[in-house]
Write a protein that binds this ligand. Sequence first.
Ligand code: GUN
Ligand code: ZN
Length: 438
Amino acid sequence: MGQLESIKAIRASIMDVKCVVDRPEDIEKNMRYIDDGLMLIIDGKIEWVGKWEEGKDKVPPGVRIRSYPGKIVMPGFIDTHVHYPQSEMVGAYGEQLLEWLDNYVFPTEARYSDKDYSKEMSKFFVNQLLRNGTTTALVFGTVHPESVDSLFEVAEGYHMRLIAGKVMMDRNAPDYLVDTPESSYEQTKALIEKWHGRGRLMYAITPRFAPTSSPEQLALAGKLKEEYPDTYVHTHLCENKNEIQWVKELYPDRASYLDVYHHYGLTGCKSVFAHSIHLEDSEWDCLYKTDSAVAFCPTSNLYLGSGLFKLQEAWKRKVKVGVGTDIGAGTTFNILQTLNEAYKVMQLQNYKLSAFEAFYHATLGGAKSLSLDHLVGNFEVGKEADFVVVDPCATALQQLRFDNSKDLADELFVLITLGDDRSIYRTYVDGRLVYTRN
Ligand code: GUN
Ligand code: ZN
């Protein structure tokens, strides 16, 4: 690449959160909003961010200025829990978790033994992420290693920072969809060797959830984590009351659901537990002590009738939280829509989720929950240039409401309430333009 092609200059309003915080009250004062801003990118990294007037002379002659008047440049959104092989069954009717898995999920996931099908769906999935402004995701594959190969192949083509893993599942699922402790160990190991740390890709050891793994399989998952301490662990926790009861029956010697994972060495600063709705005190303690993270998946939790996530408790306990779409129990790929539902989940618990807080969870907070806050999540100099150009007035109603907004908090809140994929005007990954709205 010639020197000038590796430099990009973006002129627009620019917004991010400057640092990770411990309390929601600290978010607003750490917001940065530059009305007429300039962002300079060199070789996919943030080189300079500030006011246009102060930075315009830094743009080397010959570099085209990409100007987005009326738009807001934000860090790319981070989806901390999503199943790519459930895209084709979003909106399956009428069941709660365990029946929904049996009736809809398992038959759908069986299709991913076919590499061509997996590849086609990987392309669909990654396109959905990008058109919704999501630049990083923590993703479930299926039990088939080829499902993960396909996804990584597609994500690699876009230079995405993506984390994924093959499902480990050796019981309580149909015969056509289970592995064994040994095969899951061998297949996961081979995938880690092939993909973890290749470009921007990373691997997550992915036992589906305690009910579908034997103690032998969880022990081998723990062994993998010991052998590859830098990999992630990604699973489900305390989503549904019947599920929790079932775990107690299957693992009677363990003190709690989370204690099952903890016992096998699966908690830690790179472990993400999706849902975590119905936690006992000791489980909150364990999450905090092990620096594990949880994924708040509001559209899924409402859709499956699972319950209301206690965000206020997570703050109090200093447990890291990201937001997840959880497609296909979740009903949208769009993080704005996901935040919209998060607001309502918190309304039902008398907690006011501010626009700034919501935005934090979708960007820097999400990055922190994935231990990636040194690389992505805001526009600190040296970080990777993953960002979205957001159109706050994509529809007539949004324009009307925007014109009647009193301040930035109001504008941002309206974006979350009314926004969707039409709000995403451009998506950039690693400093490159990867999606353009028609
Ligand atoms: N628990 C175990 N598997 C799943 C899944 O695929 N989706 C959700 N929402 N919960 C799960
Ligand atoms: Zn899930």
